[in-house]
Structures are given as structure tokens and as C-alpha cells.
Design a protein. Sequence first.
Lengths: 250, 315
Amino acid sequence: MKNNLFTYTLRIADDSLILGQRLSEWCGHGPIIEEDIALSNIALDLIGQATNLLEYAAQVEDKGRTADDLAFLRFEHQYLNTQLIEQKNGDFAVTIVRQWIFDTFRLPFYEALQHSADKQLAAIAEKSLKETKYHWKHSSEWIIRMGDGTEESNKRVNDALILLWKFSDELFYMDDVDQALISQGIAIDLETLRPAFNERIQFVLQEATLQLPDSKWKLSGGRQGRHTEHFGHLIAEMQYMQRAYPNMEW
Amino acid sequence: MKEQNLADLEASFNEKLKQDIRIEPKDWMPDAYRKTLIRQISQHAHSEIVGMLPEGNWITRAPNLRRKAVLLAKVQDEAGHGQYLYSAMETLGFSREQSIDDMHTGKAKYSSIFNYPTLTWADMGAVGWLVDGAAIMNQVPLCRTSYGPYARAMVRICKEESFHQRQGYEIMCTLMKGSEEQKAMAQDALNRFWWPALMMFGPSDAESTHTQQSIDWKIKRHTNDELRQMFVDASVPQAELIGLTLPDKDLKWNEERGHYDFGAIDWEEFKQVVSGNGPCNAERIATRLKAKEDGLWVREAAMAHAEKKKAKKAS
Ligand SMILES: [Fe+2]
Ligand SMILES: [Fe+2]
Ligand SMILES: [Fe+2]
């Protein structure tokens, strides 16, 4: 039970942490100042969520590890984020499509999780939901602008969808960990979120004059610690200080 | 008649300055005053934006979650400062875009400090403490500058800058309480940033071409050398308190003046860095230019979509 709750919390935390890390790469390089500010804002929210969740995970685990230990001192295969989240930023279209798929999932997910029997997770979900509403609005508006913008932007956002859509299904991944916690009213049965997710996806795509890719092929593995090639580089960069100077205060 | 009119306008402008009444965008102002402000505000805005890069360099490598969030928030604040300042500048009838292009071609400047590299985590401490610290010295008096939109932008900005300065100093404090490696890292960062920070106040008064006119217009309230002295006087005790040594053998308290004396600044280095030969000038400009070029299709898409929406509404 304790182990399941730890893993479950870590999965949520790692999606926030790794996406926050990815988005923060944009800082100083955005297409306009306003977007630099917006992307940094979202990154900050996600790092804040990750901090709350990792603190809770550390508490649940109860082995003396801290949130920072969990964030900076695990090996690649111990991170449990979905593969979608770790995909490289690419151009602005790739970043926004990655964000939008994730936000569209996170919105109904947090809506449900705020009623979890686990009070701590419920409280984190409630707080994060407010942020996620803003994130979803931001990413959806950009999907529409890009889809309905110029020929070039339409092509770029379409290419990004083709690149990333195959990773979207992993957001709904469930295994024994989930099943055990669903029966206690702690975890969310992710299958129940699909209608809300699909509806939101279709609504925005229609506004954007876009369509989902034809291919139904799916990729996954992150929830079990199997990641894509560039993930090791992300971790190497993120962990640099903690690995180079172990056991120090900063 | 026309000449009389101009003389009246000028008299009323000068009267406002005398009475410390703010000049507002719609007020008449001498051309040279407007040009000076455009130059100064745009230079300041560019500094905020280019200044995001040396610190942005460490966000993905910040040593823990708290530091990562604080640094990211800080760099985001700088983007916000750039945004307010560009808006203040635009009230003078000069566009953000034109001004950014001028920076990319080297016609418009930004603070030379951002042409130095950030090599270690301790640089996040040194930059916050010294660079934001020097910015505050420069900018607090600007909260009373004669041009209204600039003064109001500065009030907002200064609050955040002093927060940045404290955070930077706090990084240094933490390092100086840490291991020998951490202390050495902090001292090395100070060694590299001290002199460039002193250069941030600009050429000495004897060399400065703009100072006197700017003071008469109440754009500036202190000379470069006065501000530099204030900065040195404030920084010495802060360094001593945590066991850092300023890299200046001539630094000593002068009882008579009531100030610290300090060594000669290498103005040749300053000149070279300002004119493009610093360690990172080319890279900083190339990075900003790339962001602009990579973002072009995004801005075009946003405009095209807005047009289509407008057309739909109209029909
Ligand atoms: Fe600033
Ligand atoms: Fe500033
Ligand atoms: Fe600052």
C-alpha cells in the first residue's frame, strides 16, 4: 500500500518535474517577450507542483529521502514520467503541442483527484487545478492560432501533432499500482477521463482547423522507467550540481 | 508668432522640471530630451532582456528545487522589466521592434556586464548580489526621474531588483558557510564580477558625454562616479561580513572623505567590451537574433489568426 502510494505520487510528480525542466529551457529564447514570461510561468507552476508532490512522496516513503533527493539523485530508470513529457522542445509548435496534450489530460485528472480519499493528494490537486486551467487555456489558444494562422504555422503544428500524438496514450497508462489505489478511492480510474479528454481535444482541433494523425500507433514505457534517448541528457544536466558536489547545502 | 510659441512651450517645460512636475507623453518636450530618453530607456530595456541569458544559463542546472524556482522567477522578472521598459519607451514614439533591431545591429547598447560568462553556480550569487545591486544604485534615483512613464516603471522594477539582490547575496552567504570548494567558488565568482560590476556605472564623470545635460533635465540625479562610490561603500561591508575578499589591493577606508578609496578601473577593457569585443558579445546577440528569427513564424501566425477573427466578426 505504502509502496503503491509512493509510486503513484512519483508518477504525477515526475510529469510535472520533467516538463517544468523542459519548459525552463525556453527562458530567454521565446518568440516574443510575452511568451518568455508565459512559458516561464508555466514552468514555475510545474516545478512548484513537483516540489509539493515530491515532498509528499518522500514523506510516504519514509526512508529519510527529501524531495531534492528524489528530484536530483535517482537514476534514469527510476523516473516515472510519461515519454511525452520528456520529448525535446523542438520548435514552438512542438513545445505547445506537447503542453496542450498534457494540459488536456491534466485538467480532468486534477478535477477528479481533488476528490481523492488521500487528503494530501486532494489538496495538491485542488491547488494545481487552478494553475492547469490557465495552462490549458494558454496552450489551446496557441494551437488555434497556429492551426488557423498561416500556411507555415499550420504545417508546423500539424507536424508536431504527428510527432507527438503517438505518445499521448501513455497518459492513460494504468497497472497494479493504480488498481490497488482505485479500490481505496485514492487513485483515479483514468479510463473514466477519456471522454472529457477526447472532447476537449476535438473541440480545439476543430477551431484550429486541424485533425489528429491517421496513425493509431502508440509508444509508451516511461511509467515503468523506460525512457527515450534524450532523457539521459536532460537528467545529466539537471543533476549536474548534486552529482558533482554531493551532500552540500545550496 | 511661431517662435514665440516655441519659446512658451520651452518655458513651460523648464518650469515643470523646476517644480518637479513629471513630463508626460502628450506634453511638449525638446527633441534632444526625447532622444536622450529613448536612448536611455531602450538601453535599459535591452539590458533586462539580454541579462536573462547569463542567468538563464543556470536554470536547468540549479542545484535544488528551491533554487531552480527562485532563479526561474528572477529571470522571468527581468523579462517583465524589459516589457515595462519597452512600453515606457514606446510612449515616446519609438517602436519596440525598431529598437530591438537597433540592438541586434549594435547601434543600440545594453549593459556591458552581460557580455561576461556565468561559469559556476556561484555566479548566480555574484550576479544577483553585485549586478542587481549596481542596478538598484542606478535605478532608485530613477524612480524620481522627470519623465512620468519611466519613473513609474522604475518604481515597480526597483522593488523586484532589491529582492533579486538579497537572493543573490543569500546564495553567497550559503556558499561561504559551506565546504572549501563552495567558498572557493564564491570567491572566484566575486573576483570575476567585481570589476565589471564597477564598470556598470559607466565612464568616469570626466569622460562621460551625457551626464551634465541629463542632470539638468532631471533624468539623472547623480553622476556615474557618485553612484559607483555609493556602490563600493555599500558592498565592502557586505563582502567582509561573510568572509569574501574584494579583488582590489588599493581598497581602503578614507577617514577624511568618509568613503572607501578603490583602485583604478581598466577602462580599456570597458571600451573593448562595450564596442563588441567582450567574451560573450557575439554569442549574446546571436542568441537574441536567433530567438527573433525562430519566432517570426509564430508572430506571423498570431497576426494572421487575429486578422481572420476580425474579418469573421465583421461579416
Ligand atoms: Fe531587472
Ligand atoms: Fe534593471
Ligand atoms: Fe534583477
